[in-house]
Design a protein around this ligand. Structure first.
Ligand code: MRU
Length: 394
């Protein structure tokens, strides 16, 4: 049975949908240890900045719940949790949500009320503080995404004077949008960030059409976003990454294409944004064609300690992701046999390959950054100022 839920959790048990098998197979892996979470994240069975952070945090909660920590003093318990979290942090380097979650979890265990408690009770209090803080990350994420959807939809409505009105006196005015990668339910605990804005636009009757890019080489767009859009009956069209320019050139006016909406893996202090490879070229095209370029990012994706995009560590992945592809077998009559998937070579396996997983879009190409606390736009000085959404870090 198809599901849009990437993460299923109850205390002591974590199930993660294997996104390498989507859209053909729906298989959940049980993830019970830090090592299993590390492997699940590194191999991209789960991916998307918020989902990575949630899986890492909860996998360690599961192993603690199941008695993995043999430390006896509070100091040893904290040191044990810290070392597991430091290990998990190395699974994927670019998305900052994971390291922000780890900072928050480390603070939560240090805030546990252990004064006057004997060692066994103090240890228990620290473990409970960790588990509650990890569960809280999961619970908050959905609310965050719903708020991003509402803020993004409202901002676009105001920019384009959109209306879903069906009355004879006023015409409805909707927009079409383009998105890249997968930022939906599968990349989060639900609803999504950039795809969450598209969902909310659709629910509000303001969306004419959604375009999604294939997003080579992992195909988050064709495998995951297409699946989510079809699943939700949102009017949508899939294009390859190389078709965006032609789409804007030939269909922007006819289809009222008003925005490119993407997610983020790290937004730094000046607004430069790391996101899925191919995002930067879309921002250049959007500017050339007068299409707004919007980044949807929860505040957990902000890294205000890094000044500019030049300092972002961009993950490079293995050549096989470009030179091979996984697909299901297509029968002679055009039907797809989802039980037969195969890994297929699509290039000479000896060719040299450069495979950066992300690129950086400079802030000057970004019109708005939508967070759960509101939409941030550039001031008269041309600079983003995040003090309205992150006063404590400004
Ligand atoms: O390599 P991925 O699939 O983890 O990359 C995902 C993206 O780039 C997303 O746009 C980003 O993580 C935001 S997901 C809400």
């Amino acid at each position: 049975m198809a599901s849009l839920q990437a993460i299923k959790y109850s205390r002591g048990k974590l199930l993660v949908l294997d996104q390498l098998r989507l859209p053909h197979e729906h298989h959940y892996d049980e993830v019970s240890t830090s090592e299993e979470a590390f492997d699940c994240i590194r191999s991209m069975r789960v991916r998307g900045a918020p989902a990575i952070a949630i899986v890492a945090a909860l996998a360690h909660a599961v192993e603690l719940h199941n008695g993995s920590c043999s430390a006896s003093t509070p100091e040893e318990t904290i040191a044990h949790i810290d070392s597991r979290l430091d290990y998990l942090k190395e699974s994927r380097p670019t998305a900052v949500d994971l390291s922000n979650a780890i900072t928050l979890l480390k603070l939560a265990i240090r805030a546990a009320q252990i004064d006057g408690l004997a060692h066994p009770e103090a240890r228990e209090a620290i473990l409970n503080a960790y588990i509650s803080a990890a569960e809280n990350i999961l619970e908050k994420d959905l609310q965050t995404n719903m708020s991003i959807g509402a803020h993004g939809s409202a901002w676009l409505q105001q920019q384009y004077n959109l209306s879903s009105s069906q009355s004879s006196s006023s015409q409805s005015r909707k927009i079409s949008v383009l998105t890249h990668c997968n930022t939906g339910s599968l990349a989060t605990s639900g609803h999504g960030t950039a795809l969450g804005i598209i969902r909310t636009l659709h629910t509000n009757g303001l969306l004419q059409h959604a375009y999604c890019t294939e997003t080579r080489p992992y195909n988050q767009g064709s495998r995951l976003t297409s699946f989510e859009l079809v699943f939700e009956n949102i009017p949508a069209t899939l294009i390859t990454d190389s078709m965006a320019g032609a789409l804007f050139n030939l269909h922007r006016e006819k289809m009222n294409i008003g925005a490119v909406i993407v997610g983020a893996d790290r937004v730094v202090r000046n607004g430069d944004t790391a996101n899925k490879i191919g995002t930067y070229q879309l921002a250049v095209l959007a500017r050339h064609h007068g299409v707004k370029f919007i980044v949807a990012a929860p505040t957990t994706t902000l890294d205000l300690e890094t000044e500019t995009g030049r300092d972002i560590n961009i993950e490079e992945r293995k050549p096989e992701e470009l030179t091979q592809i996984t697909g299901a077998v297509v029968n002679a009559d055009g039907t797809v046999d989802t039980s037969k998937t195969a890994r297929v070579a699509i290039a000479d396996q000896r060719i040299g390959v450069w495979n950066p997983a992300f690129d950086v879009t400079p802030h000057n190409l970004i019109d708005a950054i939508v967070t759960e606390r509101g939409t941030v736009v550039k001031g008269a000085d041309g600079k983003f100022n995040f003090s309205q959404v992150m006063p404590e870090k400004w």
